[in-house]
Design a protein. Structure first.
Length: 134
């Protein structure tokens, strides 16, 4: 008989499911965005570009990117709901730290700061489940 799953294992599985859903959306949408970007480049390079078509393709690109951002936010909120209060605080702190780094980088006020490593953050959050006391 298989041993019953611990609460941490159940939470980790739900967390992983959120990642799977997000990466699936990313894999589906990214090629669409790339195709639209190629179309946009061809339109711009054409001898007589059609301004309305260029604007339409540009809007389609932005809509796809917006869809990805929305999915990322939904995934973040879903993951946060899985965690208990202390885990949520730890997760929020990690995200806030990375956001501050990114803002400092974009404003030019920080030097020698590594780029935001979202994969590392997600891996670190996996360790949150290991810290849970049974």
């Amino acid at each position: 008989l298989a041993a019953p799953r611990t609460r941490a294992q159940v939470l980790a599985a739900r967390w992983k499911q959120c990642d799977t859903e997000w990466f699936q959306e990313l894999q589906e949408t990214q090629p669409e965005i790339q195709n639209l970007q190629q179309k946009f480049k061809k339109l711009i390079a054409s001898p007589k570009p059609d301004a309305s078509e260029i604007m339409l393709v540009q809007q389609q690109i932005e809509a796809k990117k917006s869809k990805l951002k929305m999915k990322a936010t939904q995934t973040y909120l879903k993951k946060k709901q899985i965690l208990d209060e202390n885990q949520q605080k730890a997760f929020d702190n990690q995200i806030q730290t990375e956001i501050v780094k990114r803002r400092q980088q974009s404003s030019g006020s920080a030097t020698n700061i590594q780029p935001v490593r979202w994969k590392k953050i997600l891996n670190d959050m996996q360790n949150v489940f290991n810290q849970e006391k049974e």
